[in-house]
Design a protein around this ligand. Structure first.
Ligand code: ADE
Length: 224
């Protein structure tokens, strides 16, 4: 898979996507990341990417021309163009899974008050939000989406099973049971005895119950 990220702050996406598991995924050729500075797609002396909004109002709006230049330069037959925006469809694990089968993602990142809507109408396949809050820019959101997608590419996680039994996998309606590691007693807090029993049928049942309880407590919305 190839992922092109178009932003005025490439360094914000570079740090998380060049480190750790994402860095290794790129080094082994399972994904190719490219970070593009939107200003490189301007043609004016000041490399201007924003302007005042038609109709008035506070803040600035990102100009359409650099986004059109960027997408026209980067896209191929197989490309899917995403725009990171708080006005997008909420990003969930099932979306990460479906995007992990794409050949080529171009992720456009907004900044300031918004983006000229002609970009959305003419270039964007999907507008994606990572949650109901507003970040200073979409580049952080692009790194989140890229990480969630790339870790699902076969071979990227050391143990492929680890993405199968995790929170939100399957029907997406459940979070995982709590986990413990050694020591079995720490500051007088004991690991649940069932986990030390070696009886995997009982352990599976316990995890199933705990996942249910935890989902009820932390994410009742998933059960509605
Ligand atoms: N840009 C600013 N806030 C965002 C959000 N919540 N999701 C995606 N892009 C954003």
């Amino acid at each position: 898979m190839k992922i092109d990220i178009v932003t005025i702050f490439p360094e914000i996406a570079e740090a998380p996507l060049q480190s750790s598991i994402m860095g290794r995924a790129a080094a082994s050729g399972k994904v190719e990341f490219a970070f593009h500075n939107l200003r490189d797609y301007t043609r004016d002396k000041h490399r201007q990417v924003d302007d005042i909004p038609y109709g008035g109002g506070p803040g600035m709006v990102m100009k359409p021309e650099p986004f059109f230049e960027a997408v026209e330069d980067l896209r191929g037959e197989q490309s899917k163009v995403l725009l990171m925006t708080p006005q997008g469809t909420p990003f969930v694990q099932a979306k990460a899974a479906s995007l992990s089968h794409e050949e080529h993602l171009i992720i456009l990142c907004g900044h300031y008050e918004g983006i000229d809507h002609r970009v959305v109408e003419a270039l964007v396949d999907e507008e994606i939000s990572i949650g109901d809050y507003v970040l200073t820019n979409g580049t952080i959101a692009a790194a989140v989406v890229a990480d969630a997608v790339v870790r699902l590419i076969p071979g990227v996680l050391g143990d492929d099973a680890s993405s199968e039994v995790e929170s939100f996998s399957g029907d997406g309606k459940r979070i995982e049971a709590p986990q413990y590691t050694r020591p079995s007693v720490f500051r007088e807090m004991e690991v649940p005895e069932v986990l030390l029993s070696g009886n995997h049928q009982v352990i599976d049942e316990w995890r199933e119950n705990m996942a249910g309880e935890r989902t009820e407590a932390n994410r009742p919305d998933l059960l509605d």
